[in-house]
Design a protein around this ligand. Structure first.
Ligand SMILES: *Cc1c(COP(=O)(O)O)cnc(C)c1O
Length: 241
């Protein structure tokens, strides 16, 4: 399978899921997750028409993004999707147009400060952990529909982050647990969509973006309202490291 063929197949699968859900496929952005893959491989996806790419490590991105950008005239959009250590925050802004992994008020404050200094605003998503898995990063949100304390903390964090001048908060991101059957991930995606709706209503913000769904579960995520899917292996094959 070539990367171009894989991309066609993923786009078809997204279109089929949109059909089932009565959604418009143009409302779903495919983000090709290129972590561990070299610039030449990324360029194959660019040649196949992909514009959005996801990377999860600042160091790896620091060499790869300038390399790829230097090899194509097309304007690419780079999404940071991995946990950002505080001391690496300053390296994120020059590389990425979009940060999907804002997982604390502290990191949000830091990114906002950097953006303000540079006279720009950064598009971000808040990463939330709706599944309750301990190994996952993200603002704690499991049980948000019933647990008053979780809700209070989440709402307070949201309020603090929305007040930051350097960030444009566009929505939420989550990672579902790894499961055998993608149907098992559906409640997690539904919960993220409901949380987005609740926050949008409470704070009078549109919060248009829902980034959810990876190789093993993106069709279900699209059915539940994903506006961004982050697909790595189904496009590039197994990772190099
Ligand atoms: C690696 C990664 C993906 C892509 O995973 P695949 O299973 O290869 O599609 C998506 N989101 C995040 C946050 C990742 O780290």
């Amino acid at each position: 399978m070539t990367i171009a063929t894989n991309i066609l197949r993923v786009r078809e699968t997204i279109a089929e899921a949109c059909d089932r859900a009565g959604r418009d496929p143009s409302a779903v952005t495919l983000i090709a997750v290129s972590k561990t893959h070299p610039p030449e491989t990324v360029l194959e996806a660019v040649a196949a028409g992909v514009q959005h790419f996801g990377e999860n490590r600042v160091e790896e991105a620091g060499t790869k993004i300038p390399a790829v950008n230097g090899l194509t005239p097309r304007p690419l959009v780079w999404h940071m999707i991995g946990h950002i250590q505080s001391r690496k925050a300053k390296d994120v802004l020059p590389l990425f147009q979009y940060v999907q992994s804002v997982d604390s008020v502290k990191l949000a404050g830091k990114l906002s400060g950097l953006a303000v200094t540079q006279g720009c605003t950064l598009d971000v998503l808040l990463e939330v952990n709706v599944s309750g898995e301990e190994a996952k990063y993200g603002l704690v949100a499991s049980g948000w529909q019933t647990d008053v304390d979780t809700r209070r903390r989440l709402w307070a964090d949201m309020e603090a982050i929305l007040a930051l001048p350097g960030l444009n908060v566009r929505g939420l991101m989550t990672m579902a647990p790894i499961v055998d059957d993608m149907e098992q991930a559906r409640p997690v995606f539904a919960s993220l969509a409901a949380l987005r709706n609740a926050l949008a209503e409470a704070f009078h913000r549109p919060l248009p973006d829902l980034s959810m769904g990876m190789t093993d579960d993106y069709p279900v995520a699209v059915e539940e309202g994903a506006t961004m899917v982050r697909v790595g292996r189904a496009i590039f094959g197994e990772r190099q490291s």
